[in-house]
Write a new protein. Sequence first.
Lengths: 113, 116
Amino acid sequence: DAGVTQSPTHLIKTRGQHVTLRCSPISGHKSVSWYQQVLGQGPQFIFQYYEKEERGRGNFPDRFSARQFPNYSSELNVNALLLGDSALYLCASSGRGNPYEQYFGPGTRLTVT
Amino acid sequence: AQSVTQPDIHITVSEGASLELRCNYSYGATPYLFWYVQSPGQGLQLLLKYFSGDTLVQGIKGFEAEFKRSQSSFNLRKPSVHWSDAAEYFCAVVAPTSNAGNMLTFGGGTRLMVKP
């Protein structure tokens, strides 16, 4: 089975712009979570979606939003980008056995200049 | 809210030596516990997990971890380290009764370097 996939791999944006990151979960997984990992730190939880509904939200501003599609893929949107949004954005999926056992994709490296 | 502490930011061991990475958590009950490994520029790979039962759990790549409730710890061990084990290691917890979904709370990570 293919693992969690994310696109794009890297991107560079300018302050104030908007960005959309995409994630496809492992086949059969219905839950997708998003994490932000700033350089030198552990990942921080942003959102969890299950069956297209938001099930959890971390301590992030309203500039961050997400959604999940009927095929269980997900998008993370960030508006009005700040320099501090530069990070590795990780997507994780879970399901089929234990919803707490999460498998991560390779991440999207976002650089804001 | 739960929290995770990994006291060692960097650890250097010689190839073939044993390894122990420390992890302490703070939570009112027993959380679910995980160790992940991250190679440079990569995503996270699940090494092992603890939900309940036997407190010594085996994972991939020859790693094991022991849950000690009295010490609120979940330390990762390996008897003989290989050069390919050089990476960043993250301990994480999930509070199964939380209303924050399956949110993982991560420690700050331990960077492992392996000397030849």
